[in-house]
Design a protein around this ligand. Structure first.
Ligand SMILES: [Ca+2]
Ligand SMILES: [Ca+2]
Length: 512
């Protein structure tokens, strides 16, 4: 009950000889930080972003009702099919996508010793206790290794030991050990999960709740079940043109889905996703209760987010390698001291703003290598957004790949893939068309499946002469962002700027 009666605890600490020059007061007490990162989750799974969702997530709902929900949080993108990897490097270093210690920018645009300014390093130096649990791999190992206590393992099974409960247990054990040893140092806990990333093996109870099965037989469809989540409103049986990454695992080889996009397959997979989502929510609930019991909850900032979103049938896609809102956006909910309960803000944040924000919340001098911006002023209600313009990239397949830019209600996506075979432009007004409906969503067979009949203006507006000026403006904005962020590529209808784009790295030949 430290936050309720700091004086008596301070005196107690003095008597038994802990750290004690003088009793700590609530104002002096440095906050704890609990950073929760789930693997592959669209914000639209969650009721706080999508009131139509069938997902039960009482713990996340609680964070939202006691804290702030940020509506426009994004990851900046990826130059690799493993979108997790650059995303997690951005989280760890607070640097932009082309300025990371991996990828095309690593030699020209990133200091060599950046791990020394990554999340755990910064907080260790500031006297925080740092602890981490997460999946293994597709991440920034050099930065992960710096957490003082670390329990990483990939847990995507449907049991306590093999699933999300294992990550929950690591945090519970850690908190209980702190309690037992009366450790009063502030902590930074990186509470990562391996789910809802596939394989989405849920627990039997939760699979049953969402009418899903761990479907393994490639030659059969999973059973239909009315308890399964409905098809997403922007579901399509196939994407209207090739996404540009042939043979991409997430689009052709996810167990239970493979290349199928039919209703039964997608609804079953969404049921599996929800079973995994709810299991994560249960683990968060346990940890919140433990913090409350320890008297630490009120002095802890809790940040909930995902490394990127996910399609699962939206726009006929299955994976995380696209720039539609369901995948480019991430959930971001923050509860903690000074944040108005039940508040919302637009935000316009990136995941690479995480480390600057954690430093700001903890009152730590941020390292000079950060390129993100603290969103603490947004959390305090002093500012609605951090920036006007948001940029996104996916180019883990054929180059130069996909790019997008958003400003206000307007969003542009461009595709330059398959060696010039695909040149596509999409322009959306997200206030009118938040689900990014395309002409294909207006087809009667699609409407019959989803039950959603989009309005005529809810479509790709790129070819509409009425919006020619807006299109030009957004294209100029995209080019300006590509230049500003050191994007090493240019699209077919952009000046080449004299760049020599990086060549595709050929995979190393395996020795026999
Ligand atoms: Ca991921
Ligand atoms: Ca300690």
């Amino acid at each position: 009950m430290r936050t309720l009666i700091p004086w008596s605890v301070g005196v107690f600490a003095c008597i038994v000889g802990f750290v004690c020059d003088h009793p700590a007061t609530a104002a002096e007490e440095r906050p704890n930080l609990l950073f929760i990162l789930v693997d592959d989750q669209s914000p639209f799974d969650l009721k706080v972003y999508n009131p139509d969702s069938k997902l039960d997530s009482p713990s996340i709902d609680r964070l939202a009702s006691e804290g702030m929900t940020i509506d426009q949080a994004y990851h900046m993108g990826s130059f690799s099919g493993a979108v997790c990897t650059p995303s997690r490097h951005m989280i760890m270093t607070g640097r932009t996508v082309w300025h990371l210690p991996i990828g095309p920018g690593k030699t020209r645009h990133c200091p060599p010793d950046i791990a020394e300014n990554s999340m755990a390093a910064v907080f260790n130096r500031a006297g925080y206790d740092t602890m981490r649990t997460c999946k293994r791999g597709n991440s920034y190992e050099k930065a992960n290794a710096l957490f003082t206590v670390r329990h990483d393992a990939t847990k995507r099974g449907g049991t306590e030991e093999s699933g999300s409960a294992w990550h929950g247990k690591q945090v519970m054990d850690y908190l209980q050990q702190r309690q037992a040893s009366a450790d009063t140092d502030p902590f930074l806990i990186y509470f990562g999960f391996s789910h809802p990333h596939d394989t989405r093996d849920g627990t039997p109870e939760l699979l049953d709740k969402y009418g899903a099965v761990n479907h393994k037989n490639r030659s059969e469809l999973p059973a239909a079940n009315p308890k399964q989540p409905q098809l997403p409103p922007n579901y399509l049986p196939e994407h209207p043109f090739h996404h540009g990454h042939p043979g991409l695992r997430d689009e052709v080889n996810v167990s239970g889905v493979w290349e199928r996009r039919d209703e039964r397959t997608i609804r079953n997979e969404l049921g599996r996703e929800f079973a995994c989502d709810e299991n994560i929510d249960i683990q968060i609930g346990r940890v919140l209760e433990q913090l409350e019991a320890m008297g630490e909850l009120d002095n802890t900032y809790i940040i909930y987010t995902a490394d990127h979103g996910m399609a699962i049938g939206r726009h006929g896609l299955q994976g995380k390698q696209n720039l539609y809102e369901h995948t480019w956006r991430v959930p971001l909910i923050v509860k903690g001291p000074g944040i108005a309960p039940g508040s919302r803000a637009t935000g316009n944040t990136y995941l690479l703003d995480t480390l600057p924000t954690l430093c700001d919340l903890a009152g730590i001098d941020p390292p000079e290598t950060l390129e993100g911006v603290s969103f603490k002023p947004v959390l305090e209600g002093k500012q609605e957004t951090l920036r006007d313009t948001l940029y996104g990239v996916y180019c883990g397949g054929t180059k130069p790949g996909m790019r997008c830019v958003r400003r206000g209600d307007w969003k542009l996506i461009k595709y330059d893939v398959l060696n010039g075979q695909v040149h596509e432009t999409q322009l959306f007004n997200l206030a009118e068309n938040p689900n990014e409906y395309l002409p294909q969503h207006h087809a009667s067979d699609v409407i019959e499946l989803t039950g959603v009949k989009p309005q005529p203006q809810q479509t790709n507006l790129a070819g509409d002469a009425k919006y020619a000026d807006k299109l030009k403006e957004m294209e100029a904005l995209l080019l300006a962002e590509m230049r500003r962020l050191d994007d090493p590529y240019r699209l077919w209808d952009q000046p080449d700027d004299g760049l020599q784009p990086p060549q595709n790295v050929k995979p190393k030949r395996r020795k026999r």
